[in-house]
Design a protein around this ligand. Structure first.
Ligand SMILES: [Zn+2]
Ligand SMILES: [Zn+2]
Length: 229
């Protein structure tokens, strides 16, 4: 049972020269099921990568247009449950309503309550530590505010892999000057990430993959304290 992360480089919907990393995640033992993280553009390319797999969930690391650009199209094509941090769940409900999709928001753990799900979309509002289900293990939610108040990283602890959205990149961390951004929160979030094992592979929302160790030695995490001292 190994979780595999496949990067799909796509042009963000409203800015064709701006590339972002959408990710397809699947378990090597059960390749028929997958998660899609951050459908920012080029839905044909994403659907092609899915290749007939059953999409169990669409996860959003935060609500910025370059990460949610084709969310409505991907939901219409798959009907998959959506996942994002509770601080930004309402904003996705509003975004989908503008596209004519009604969305019911449920807290993580309540997804199976209430019998039949509504005809519209379902969005699971994640809290720190909540699991996004995939095969047996799933991915753990790390709430890492700073770029936005509801930014998350997705952690595959057993496989030492981390999807960081716009929180951590190769050699940089995310902007903190957006409306719900906070430099202070970003520092706290980077401290949290610096505590992860050095060998952890980092898959960012833009650019090349890196590792926690590399970012600590000469990248965005150098100078970030990684202990309580
Ligand atoms: Zn962003
Ligand atoms: Zn971005």
């Amino acid at each position: 049972m190994t979780i595999q992360v496949q990067c799909i480089s796509v042009a963000a919907k409203r800015l064709p020269l701006f590339l972002m990393n959408c990710y397809l995640i699947f378990d090597t033992d059960d390749k028929d099921q997958a998660l899609v993280v951050d459908p920012g553009g080029e839905e044909e390319k994403i659907l092609e990568a899915i290749e007939g797999r059953q999409v169990k969930g669409i996860v959003l690391t935060h609500n910025h247009w370059d990460h949610t650009g084709v969310l409505d199209k991907l939901w219409r094509a798959t009907g998959a449950t959506m996942y994002m941090h509770k601080n930004e769940a309402k904003s996705i409900e509003t975004l989908l309503a503008k596209k004519g999709i009604s969305c019911s928001v449920k807290a993580s753990g309540e997804e199976n309550e209430g019998g039949k799900l509504s005809d519209g979309a379902t969005l699971i509002a994640l809290s720190e530590g909540a699991k996004v289900p995939l095969a047996k293990a799933g991915l753990k939610t790390l709430h890492t505010p700073g770029h936005t108040e509801g930014s998350i990283c997705l952690y595959d602890e057993a496989g030492a892999q981390l999807l960081t959205g716009d929180t951590l990149f190769e050699g940089a961390y995310g902007r903190t000057d957006f409306s719900t951004g906070s430099y202070w929160h970003m520092l706290k979030s980077l401290e949290q990430l610096a505590k992860l094992p050095g060998a952890t592979k980092v898959f960012p929302g833009h650019g090349q993959p890196t590792t926690i160790e590399r970012e600590k030695s000469r990248g965005a995490l150098s100078g970030i304290k990684d202990s309580e001292s």
